[in-house]
Ligand binder design. Structure first.
Ligand SMILES: C/C=C/C(=O)SCCNC(=O)CCNC(=O)[C@H](O)C(C)(C)COP(=O)(O)OP(=O)(O)OC[C@H]1O[C@@H](n2cnc3c(N)ncnc32)[C@H](O)[C@@H]1OP(=O)(O)O
Length: 270
């Protein structure tokens, strides 16, 4: 009898440093990079590490092999039906939207299919690069499930309500160019250039933009969703005063006037 052993959790996401950019590769190519709890735990732990590491200024996430991530593993979903243990699906820590809270730029290089949770994980990223043949699909409605991991909140904010409903109700496969038109992705790049271009974009943010300002901007955009316009103006005023007192503002102006690249501290704005 042959015994199969699962790969160690550390292999589920490959890591590679390219300058100030950390590349994370979802790595279950034999299962079309389908999502499971172990993969989620490892990916989210690596984001925690990247958050704490001042040398990492941006992260690019991509998939190994021909897909980005095909969503929950179908065999696991069958196992779930058999066990009936649905409680394990809710209230997990870290929160399932951990990547949305990541304080540094998070760029997706969508090298192939992004389905179900795979699409949601791509949508958690700040900017999405995709190949022309990348297949994007919500998938949920085709297997009797609903928009989970907050996608029903996120998607209308990205593409508008009607398009979100089209995508979630139909779960039709959307290819790169249409995804670009809909606003599901931001750049279309040939497969052989995809990762390099995503990394180059991330590296540009890593070297030219203030980490402190980017962290606040990301947080600002998320929190502003819940504010009135007047509150958003007030919130912006408060944050602006902090930024004006920040080391990165002084460095930004000094480097501009000196005609040199900025050397941002990477510290908090205050
Ligand atoms: C709690 C729930 C959360 C969720 O995420 S629900 C959503 C779960 N995911 C899905 O429903 C997606 C199912 N997959 C598909 O619809 C399609 O695939 C794609 C659109 C993603 C890609 O289509 P194409 O490029 O034509 O590839 P292919 O030939 O269908 O698949 C290639 C191989 O990958 C396996 N595979 C695909 N998705 C999954 C998955 N989610 N879990 C496990 N295996 C998967 C297939 O079976 C096949 O395998 P083989 O080459 O051996 O025939």
């Amino acid at each position: 009898m042959t015994e199969t052993t699962a790969p160690p959790e550390t292999d589920l996401v490959l890591t590679e440093r390219r300058g100030g950019v950390l590349v994370l590769t979802l790595n279950r190519p034999d299962r079309f990079n389908s999502w499971n709890e172990e993969l989620e735990r490892r990916y989210y732990a690596l984001l925690d590490e990247a958050e704490a590491d001042p040398e990492v200024r941006a992260v690019v996430v991509t998939g190994a092999g021909r897909g980005f991530c095909s969503g929950a593993d179908m065999d696991d979903l069958q196992g779930l039906i058999e066990s009936g243990d649905f409680g394990a699906m809710v209230g997990r820590e870290p929160p399932r939207h951990r990547p949305l809270l990541f304080g540094k730029p998070l760029v997706a290089a969508i090298n192939g299919a992004a389905a179900g949770l795979g699409l949601v994980e791509a949508l958690y990223c700040d900017i999405r690069f995709a190949t022309p043949k990348a297949k994007l699909t919500a998938s949920f409605s085709r297997i009797g499930l609903i928009g989970e991991y907050g996608v029903a909140w996120l998607l209308p904010r990205l593409v508008g309500r009607s398009r979100a409903l089209d995508i979630l109700l139909s779960s039709r496969v959307i290819l790169g160019e249409e995804a670009l038109r809909l606003g599901l992705v931001d750049r279309i790049v040939a497969p052989e250039l995809l990762l390099d271009e995503a990394v180059a974009y991330a590296e540009e943010l890593a070297t030219s933009c203030s980490p402190a300002a980017m962290r606040v901007i990301k947080d600002q955009l998320l929190r502003t969703e819940d504010l009135t316009f007047a509150e958003a103006i007030e919130d912006g005023d408060r944050l602006m005063l902090e930024a004006l007192n920040g080391a990165d503002f002084k460095e930004g102006i000094a480097s501009y006037l000196d005609g040199r690249p900025p050397a941002f501290s990477g510290l908090a704005i205050r």
